[in-house]
Design a protein around this ligand. Structure first.
Ligand code: PGA
Length: 239
């Protein structure tokens, strides 16, 4: 089954979350990872839903005001952690913490969803593959080989996030093929690679034609429960 990750970002208040849960708890979606804001994770867990956090602290514990550690998330029943999302790289200079956060997640037995992707400018300058390799190399350095197979990559072109602009199926296929081939060659593991960037209930039928995508990281569409359910059902009814 394909993995579908819903990244709510900083959206939905308590009432909206309760309404969301009322709808979603009627379904059985074993392949879906919900990533609401941290304060709502427990409500999802109590409804037997699989959850991920949108970020984790870069240290194990200590004087890091405002941070929440990987092991704390693990201890309440969180299974996944999004690491290095482009918004965190942009607003919080997260690039330099990605490797450390990845390590923390793996040590705590959270499955990391490592986000990589090129900006519009990098794409226009023909730098896409180079940027992706740099992000992969920097993120995965010194990670134990036995842990590597637990890493999931999310290929998210930055210019596609929240814009409605999506690469062609051929472009996505080629880039994902490049990522998988590189990782297999360099690290001798097969990693699942998701696509993310403006995925929604309307374009999923086109994206589903791509043969090497292992799932999707969905932002905007995932905060509308009816649209998200429609999207998941489309994917799951095909497989
Ligand atoms: P989007 O966001 O689906 O709204 O483009 C994807 C993401 O940022 O993970």
């Amino acid at each position: 089954m394909k993995i579908v990750v819903g990244n709510f970002k900083m959206n939905l208040n308590k009432e909206e979350i309760d309404n969301y849960l009322n709808v979603v708890k009627e379904y059985f979606f074993p392949n879906v990872v919900f990533c609401p804001s941290t304060i709502y994770l427990d409500s999802f867990i109590k409804n037997s839903l699989t959850v991920g956090t949108q970020d984790i602290g870069f240290m194990e514990k200590g004087a890091y005001t405002g941070d929440i550690s990987a092991s704390m998330y693990k201890s309440i029943g969180v299974s996944y952690a999004i690491i290095g999302h482009s918004e965190r790289r942009k607003y919080y200079r997260d690039d330099k913490y990605v490797n450390q956060k990845l390590n923390m997640a793996l040590k705590a037995e959270l499955k990391p969803i490592l986000c990589i992707g090129e900006t519009q400018e990098e794409r226009e300058n023909g730098l896409t593959n180079q940027v992706l390799i740099e992000q992969i190399t920097q993120s995965l350095q010194n990670i134990d080989k036995e842990f590597l197979k637990n890493v999931i990559i999310a290929y998210e072109p930055v210019w596609s996030i929240g814009t409605g602009n999506i690469p062609t199926n051929e472009e996505i296929f080629k880039t994902i093929d490049y990522i998988k081939t590189y990782i297999n060659y360099e690290y001798e593991v097969d990693m699942n690679v998701l696509y993310g960037g403006s995925v929604n209930q309307d374009n999923i039928s086109i994206l589903e034609e791509i043969s090497n995508v292992d799932g999707y990281l969905v932002g905007g569409c995932s905060i509308d429960v009816n649209k998200f359910v429609q999207l998941i059902n489309y994917i799951n009814n095909r497989s």
